[in-house]
Design a protein around this ligand. Structure first.
Ligand code: NAD
Ligand code: FES
Length: 292
């Protein structure tokens, strides 16, 4: 059992929990995810690791209840426990594999959309710990759902907060801020975008025009997180990939977002899943990636 040490409401419908999971914390790297199960019969919920403390043996998760299982999660309190916390899974952010001296020469901007702000934080924190200060654009629909602003400020070079309705920070979606910064003369060598699929799609469309290489995190299309369900199949370049086994990060300019979003819709129904399974045959599943 994995004890919940603290629970905080970041906004009306976004929760943050610190959970005791020493083995996950000991091996966690920015960009990786974990799977939780509320109880023995619970569904597996993949969530990006939002922070970790290797000494205390804790991991932090941020989530928004969107289905019955995440709703059950949101009802747990400090002192309760998860039945399972499995991880870390997926590949660490590719920036953690680069020489920090090379990263220091680059101008990097993170684009964090809504709940996607949470997985951006550990990447910025890791970079800062290695002497690299990246900028960040944080977008939310309105002021009441801007999350983790102080934490983001503590690890980013410049933090640009924007709200769709203009109720706080700059006004407009994250893509407007990318364009505005470009028009103001900012030239970035790399963009990392994490947030809703539609945001990542339009960020990539813009950064392609502006010539800024862009990494995206395809966490939103995962279901079981093990390579077995076939939910997170996507086309990157001309290749079939699985977000949970091959990612979650990919070259955003190579991802076919329209196909991925269309597929997500189909995957939600039993009929759609059967159709995808028939169409995709042996490429429907990713394999667990651990048993070759
Ligand atoms: P949201 O819908 O409130 O959008 C957040 C911001 O994204 C907006 O404020 C806007 O600036 C930008 N955005 C949205 N649509 C856009 C568009 N068409 N063009 C340009 N920018 C746009 O976000 P939310 O409700 O907090 O997001 C929840 C989603 O984030 C879920 O789908 C979840 O799966 C996803 N998520 C993704 C990751 C990841 O690793 N990629 C991690 C956590 C959550
Ligand atoms: Fe099921 Fe990747 S989430 S195959």
């Amino acid at each position: 059992m994995f004890r919940i040490l603290s629970k905080e409401k970041l906004s009306a419908n976004i929760f943050c929990m610190v959970v005791e999971a020493p083995r996950v914390a000991a091996n966690a790297m920015p960009g990786q995810f974990l799977i939780v199960r509320v109880d023995e019969d619970g569904e597996r919920i993949p969530l990006t690791i939002c922070d970790y403390d290797k000494e205390k043996g804790t991991v932090e998760i941020v989530f928004q209840p969107i289905g019955s299982e995440t709703l059950r999660m949101s009802l747990l309190e400090a002192g309760d426990s998860f039945h399972d916390v499995v991880g870390p899974l997926g590949r660490p952010s590719e920036l953690t594999e680069k020489d920090p001296e090379e990263l220091k020469k680059m101008k990097i901007v993170y684009v964090a959309g809504g709940v996607g702000t949470a997985p951006v934080y550990p990447q910025l924190k890791w970079l800062k710990e290695h002497g690299v200060l990246a900028d960040a654009i944080e977008g939310a629909k309105s002021k009441d759902i801007v999350i983790m602003e102080d934490k983001m400020k503590s690890v980013a070079g410049n933090l640009y907060v924007t709200t769709d309705d203009g109720s706080y920070g700059r006004s407009g979606m994250v893509t407007k801020v990318i364009q505005d910064l470009y028009d103001e003369g900012k030239r970035y060598d790399l963009c990392v975008a994490i947030g809703p699929m539609i945001m990542m799609k339009f960020v990539c469309k813009l950064t392609k025009q502006l010539g800024i290489p862009t990494i995206v995190s395809m966490n939103p299309i995962m279901v079981d997180g093990t390579g077995m369900c076939g939910a997170c199949r996507l086309i990157v370049g001309n290749e079939v990939k699985f977000a949970c086994v091959d990612g979650p990060e990919f070259d955003g300019h190579e991802v076919d977002f329209d196909q991925a979003m269309q597929r997500m819709k189909l995957y939600k129904t039993e009929e759609g899943r059967a159709m995808l399974e028939a169409q995709e045959a042996e490429t429907h599943h990713g394999g667990c990636g651990m048993c070759q």
